[in-house]
Design a protein around this ligand. Sequence first.
Ligand code: C5P
Length: 220
Amino acid sequence: AGARPLEGRTAIVTSGPTHEPIDPVRYIANRSSGRQGHAIAAALARLGAKVTLVSGPVTIPDPSGMTTLHVETASEMLEAVTSQLPTDIAVMVAAVADWRVVTSADQKIKKQPGEAPAALQLTENPDILKTIGHHAQRPQLVVGFAAETQNVEAYGRAKLERKGADMIVANDVSPETGVMGGNRNRVKIISAQGIDEWPDLSKEEVAERLAALIASKLSG
Ligand code: C5P
């Protein structure tokens, strides 16, 4: 324990968005800078955990002191995550795109003058958190995120159940909060024990607190 309570533990963290190609020049994605996920990976590593960060396309640098696997799509992210099992801790922070185009085009789709725009046929992406939460090699502690613009608590609670997570970090990402792409975050920690509301903190502070909470859950 002491300053490195996660010494000897392994952790997988997902971060950033996924990009789902439409054609070679276009994609579908959720907004995500990767700042919160990368900060959590770094905080877990500082507490002694051996961390693998699985990152979608982001513009921030790889954190030091860990292995970073770079992926593009949700399917690649799922494969990278499962390749790292078994692990003690999984924190799924990535803003995974819910849908992908059934068959992405090999060539750039051209605008046809006078014709209706191309219709995209979408299919659902794998849910990485849900897969890990119900996996035969389920990590001891599974943490998910819930970015919502309304009913943050109710949706968070539902997600805890459905995804097989031990903890959901719920935040309100309405545009007026400035959370998306910003420096700060205001989260609620939802678990079977109830809801804990944290004050407005920097993303680094949220990461520090979450890593400490994870360490205390694993030791208690
Ligand atoms: O269902 P929703 O996307 O709101 O759930 C959010 C949580 O689930 C986040 O922890 C996110 O990383 C994870 N997730 C995932 N794979 C998906 C969708 C969400 O791991 N395809």
